[in-house]
Design a protein around this ligand. Structure first.
Ligand SMILES: Cc1ncc(COP(=O)(O)O)c(C=O)c1O
Length: 406
């Protein structure tokens, strides 16, 4: 059986598409497109291959799933059951992580907007670390920690120095001095970790290297003012597992270890915060061709409102109704948002014959599609989870109305 999109849980068998152990045509008979499918076994598989690689290079590492990649409770539940930690950016994600049962000592919480309630809930539950994206948040954290009479561990997010990046703290002399004063006056916090996340979809070591160079620079600056952090958090940024095969991941992770060694950097633990790598290729859309124009523009019944460019997915398109045909004719896929900008892919190799009503399988839509989706007034898709030969509906727009977190 031939794999589709490099995914071992998506196969062609006698002109049919097999999703894990279920034929796609059986699902299509029962449900109207568009819908979204997640593959539980692929998520577990991705986690296993990630941990396998990291554990072969690092003795002391921790891994936190970045909830923003996909915050559906059923997805986060699977990840929790694999004993991965949670990295949450906001109060709704923090509440969800606690509700699902991530142990508080496996939760890292922090983002560009940290309302007092988020700090309070983090400290009350004694989560592992609060991540400070700006220095003023440290004062706020200290005040709440004082009330609870505890010392709160803090991770500082430094600016990755990627061109134009606005996230995280830039440690110029002024900010260093400010931090030095803060740590003398704030007795209820302890700076334990430093974080820099470079970008998503990092596909070569050079990009990881830039991130690590930033971390090393910041560590030096910190030690000048007497802060010796124990742990290093390099964030996420790994592409979909089908895009970054395990041997390539292994090379990158090995190089990451080596660069720290070359610079004689001592640390207790290294943290990773993958999002896309775990869930990206575990999600697929099933859509339908609404119209085909003479110049091979195919209009699908999904669009950038639910499959947004912002998500930066490595989208792949297959004619599920004609999967036996070779896919070698450049085709442009357009969405249903009424703007010329709703282009899903330009000149993508697709079956020469295509017609209205053909079902299209769009792979690698598991990460960030839902997070970045917007409120354009179309119905939300049904969402299913497949494991072996079991299909479970995990979101029904007619009943639940919305999948966003509150
Ligand atoms: C701090 C941090 N960690 C982890 C991630 C997850 O990134 P990815 O899904 O690319 O692995 C992000 C994404 O923006 C992030 O900002």
């Amino acid at each position: 059986m031939k794999k589709i999109s490099g995914n071992p849980f998506l196969k062609k068998e006698g002109g049919k598409i097999l999703i894990d152990l279920i034929y796609l045509e059986d699902i299509i008979k029962k449900f109207k497109t568009p819908f979204l499918i997640f593959l539980e076994n692929r998520i577990r598989d991705n986690i296993k291959s990630f941990i396998d690689v990291i554990s072969s290079e690092f003795n002391d590492f921790e891994c936190y799933y970045s909830f923003k990649a996909n915050f559906l409770p059923d997805i986060c539940n699977i990840i929790c059951s694999e004993r991965i930690g949670a990295n949450v950016v906001g109060l709704p994600e923090l509440k969800l992580a606690l509700k699902i049962g991530f142990p508080p000592n496996k939760i890292l919480a922090g983002g560009p907007y940290m309302p007092k309630e988020m700090i309070r809930l983090s400290i009350k539950n004694q989560i592992k670390e609060i991540i400070a994206y700006n220095l003023n948040d440290i004062k706020k954290i200290n005040l709440v920690a004082q009330k609870f009479n505890i010392i709160q561990n803090i991770c500082i997010r430094v600016n990755s120095q990627k061109y134009n990046s606005k996230l995280g703290i830039n440690f110029d002399e002024k900010n260093l001095l400010f931090l030095e004063r803060l740590i003398t006056s704030c007795k209820n916090i302890k700076i334990t970790t430093i974080l820099s996340h470079y970008s998503t979809q990092l596909n070569n070591f050079e990009q990881f290297k830039k991130n690590i160079t930033t971390i090393i620079e910041a560590l030096k600056n910190f030690s000048r003012i007497g802060i010796n952090v124990k742990n290093i958090n390099i964030g996420g940024g790994f592409p979909e597992a089908t895009i970054m095969p395990q041997n390539q991941l292994r090379k990158i992770v090995k190089n990451i270890r080596t660069i720290f060694e070359d610079f004689n950097i001592n640390y207790e633990k290294i943290y990773f915060e993958p999002g896309r790598y775990f869930v990206g290729d575990a999600g697929l859309f099933i859509a339908k061709i609404l119209k085909v124009s003479n110049d091979r523009n195919a209009f699908l019944n999904i669009g950038n409102h639910i499959c947004p460019k912002f998500a930066r997915c490595s989208l792949r398109f297959y004619n599920a109704s004609k999967i036996h045909l070779s896919h070698n004719e450049p085709t442009t896929f357009l969405g249903i948002v009424p703007t010329d900008q709703d282009v899903l892919a330009k000149d993508y190799f697709f079956s020469e014959y295509l017609e209205e009503g053909d079902k299209v399988l769009v792979t690698n839509t598991g990460a960030y599609c839902l997070t970045f989706s917007n409120r354009f007034p179309y119905p939300l898709p049904k969402i299913f989870l497949i494991k072996d030969n079991q299909l479970k509906q995990i979101f029904d727009p007619d009943i639940e109305k919305d999948f966003s977190l509150h």
